[in-house]
Each structure stands twice: as C-alpha cells, then as structure tokens.
Design a protein around this ligand. Structure first.
Ligand code: PLP
Length: 417
C-alpha cells in the first residue's frame, strides 16, 4: 500500500527526512545556548565569512542592481539569452577557444544541466554512473525521471583515483546497455575536494575512447563543473578542457556550468549545459532536444541572472572587478583548506584526497556516533553515506579549521577505539 495519501511515489524513495537540516537545527539551538564563538557549524554548503554571513560578491550585486526592469521582468528565450550563452562558454574556457563545435543551453543552475543531460541522453530505466562519494541530488534527479544511479569507487586503497574500479564499472554497464551517462564532478569535487589530475584525465579518456570503438555504444561524459572557480588557480584547473575537444563522435562531453558558487548567485538559478563535438549534427541535435526539455520542465530560465553574466563578460573593467573580488573569496577558502589539512596532518587524521573545495571528507566507521560525539563539543558535521563525516570548511573560520582535526581524531578514537 502506498505510504502517500493523495500522491504517487512513482518508484522514487521519498523519505522526507533531511539529515543536514536536522543537524543544522541542532547547531543553531546550541549557538542560542552557548554563543556562536563556541560552536562550529560545518554543515552548510555555502561560502560563509568568519561571522557566518553568506559571502556575496558585491561587484556582482552591483551589476544586478543596475539592470533595467525589463531585464528582470521579461521572459528569456527558452534556450537562453544569446549573449549569456556566449558568456557561459567564456566563463568555462576563459581565453581558450575550443577547436570543435560548441553549443550551449541555459539551465536553472548546474542542477538543470544535470537534469537535461540525464533526460536527453538516457532512456527510462537506464543507469547513470558516478563515483561512490557524490552529491546526493544526482540520485534524486535520476529517480525523478525514472533512471537509476550506480557508482564506482572514487579512490583506491592508496587514496588515488580508482582507475580500475572506474574501468570495471564502465565495462559492466556498457555490457548491459548501449547508452551510458557518466557524471564526473571536477575540479573541487563535492564532497571530497578532489580534482582529477591531468594524468587521471588521460586514463579516463583513454578508457572511454577505447569503449567507444564499439560504434553501437553512446557514451556521454558529463563534467559537473559547479566548483570550477573554487578549485585553485583558474588556468591550472581548466587545463583538462582541451582534452575534451577531439573525442570520437559517440563519446560526447557535456559540461554543467553553474553561476551559484562562481558568482555567489545561488538563488538566482543561473547555469548552462555546454556540448562539445567534432560533429555539427550532434551539437545541433543537442540544442534541439535541450530546448524541448527546457520548455517541458521550467520553460525559460532567470533572465536577470543571464543578463548579469553577459554584462560582466562584455565589460573588461567589470570583469576585472568581479575576478578580483572572487579571488579574495577563493583565498578565504584556500586558507581554511590549508589550515584544516595542516592540522589533520599533525593530528594523524585521515581525509579523502583534497586539493580544494567547499568540503573535506573524513572517512570513519560509525560516523553517526562520531558525529554525535563531536556535537557534544559544539562541532557539527554531516555523516555521509555511512562512511565518513563531511566537514564544510566553506562555512567555518580558519581558526575552527585548525581546531577541528584534533577533535575529530579524538572523537573517532573514542568511538572506534
Ligand atoms: N553539482 C554539485 C556537485 C553541487 O554541489 C551543486 C550545488 O551545490 C550543483 C551541482 C548545482 O548547483 P546549482 O544548481 O545551484 O547550480
């Protein structure tokens, strides 16, 4: 019997419980009780300053405030404002001009881009592949449209990218299905902070290129680049992009781009899906099917978010101002990351490999119990996948980042011996 009164579950697992929300609530209650200086609320997935206020790039807000009423009120074209589509490609590729056909579609954030990819490049019942550590809405999006999510182990026993595990899972799924969408979230992967190295990329693409020798297979590689601008040096962490330009036609790279973190416009729902191919027919088809999906889901995106990005990329002074301000935000995050990793080294605390990102993962057994133990000390983290604790370094100060690792090591020891 359905557990719903009027609604239909439609093969989705809808628990209604939000673990993060619950822990966040507890953290807030403790802040009320003992004051915010005594509590580290490392549950929030947004970049906060040391006073726990959302970091908002004022140069971006100035652009928004300058827009005309029409920029707020008018519908955007279903596929997106043309100047925004151009700007989003520049935002991803910077000065580099891809040596292939490129098409872009506007989506509500990176989430919309992920939805469109799964909707248009799999069939109902198909399986989408991502890593075991992953952003949980991938599963929600897949379920919502009747697809399944399976995973490969992201790291091997030496905490390196698990090329064997990846290859085994790709081969397994391609032996059962002729289509496969693979989501790789890099750079600054959520939740581990891992960025694929150029060598990792060579292995991944060699494996997929060899799988694509079977022309009956259609492989779609979705690079979820939501944290592209919070990974470290902008050029260094974009160096993998040219590798995506010369792949065989039946190995299609797509890039999910998001304005949420890069322009601190989380709520404005600005994003894009970018398609690269040597085949014009494939990029044209991309545009056609994704325009249809936009129309059939959210219709059009937020015009003022799109116009904001266009304006930034049309005006060099403005662009430089936004980049300089973002650099400060990036530095804030990098300082916290460095402080956490240094203290983790000193405390002998094991983390998943981390270059930079909003989160650090501390793998541990009995993570719920360890998390509760830490809460007694005013430290709030999120038990993740039953295999570790997710620490949002984006939402706690550098000082807390230096304190947490020793406390975490002690709590793990206390619970697990
Ligand atoms: N991908 C990852 C890994 C994320 O963490 C997020 C947001 O937190 C997104 C995609 C999409 O974000 P948005 O839809 O706000 O652009």
């Amino acid at each position: 019997m359905s557990k719903f009164i009027m609604a239909e579950e439609n093969n989705r697992i809808i628990s209604g419980e939000d673990k993060i929300f619950g822990i966040n609530k507890k953290a807030k209650e403790m802040i009320e009780e003992i004051g915010k200086d005594n509590v580290a609320n490392a549950t929030i997935g947004s970049l906060l300053d040391d006073e726990s206020n959302l970091v908002v790039l004022s140069s971006v807000v100035d652009v928004l405030k300058d827009l005309s009423p029409v920029d707020y009120a008018e519908y955007a074209p279903i596929a997106g404002v043309p100047s925004f589509l151009e700007a989003s490609v520049k935002a991803v590729f910077m000065d580099h001009i891809p040596s292939c056909y490129v098409e872009t579609i506007a989506t509500p954030g990176g989430t919309g881009a992920i939805h469109n990819t799964i909707q248009n490049y799999t069939r109902p019942g198909d399986t989408v592949l991502t890593s075991d550590w992953h952003w949980s809405p991938y599963g929600t999006i897949a379920q919502e449209i009747g697809r399944k999510l399976e995973t490969y182990p992201l790291f091997d026993e030496n905490y390196k990218f698990n090329h064997q595990g990846f290859a085994a899972k790709v081969k397994e799924l391609l032996s059962k299905e002729d289509r496969l969408v693979i989501i790789i979230n890099t750079p600054a992967h959520n939740p581990t902070g891992y960025s694929l190295t150029l060598e990792d990329w060579d292995h991944v693409l060699a494996l997929l290129t060899s799988a694509a020798e079977d022309k009956a297979k259609k492989i779609i590689l979705l690079v979820d680049a939501a944290y592209l601008d919070f990974a470290g040096d902008a050029k260094e962490f974009r160096a993998f992009l040219p590798k995506l330009e010369t792949l065989p036609d039946n190995l299609l790279p797509l890039i999910a781009y998001s304005m949420s973190k890069s322009y601190t416009l989380y709520g404005m729902r600005g994003g894009a899906l970018i398609c690269l191919s040597q085949s014009k027919a494939i990029t044209e088809e991309f545009k056609k099917v994704n325009t249809f999906t936009n129309r059939g889901t959210w219709s059009n995106g937020t015009r003022c978010a799109m116009v904001t990005l266009s304006r930034i990329f049309e005006n060099k002074d403005l662009f430089d101002k936004v980049m300089a301000e973002r650099e400060e935000a990036l530095q804030l995050l990098a300082d916290r990351g460095n402080a956490f990793m240094k203290a983790a080294g000193e405390a002998g605390l094991i983390t998943c490999p981390f270059t930079l990102g909003f989160f650090v993962i501390v793998p541990c057994d009995h993570c719920d119990e360890v998390g509760e133990e830490l809460q007694k000390e005013g430290i709030f983290t999120v038990p993740f996948g039953g295999r570790g604790l997710r620490v949002s370094i984006a939402s706690i100060s550098e000082k807390w980042c230096s304190i947490l690792p020793a406390k975490m090591a002690a709590a793990i020891k206390k619970v697990n011996g």
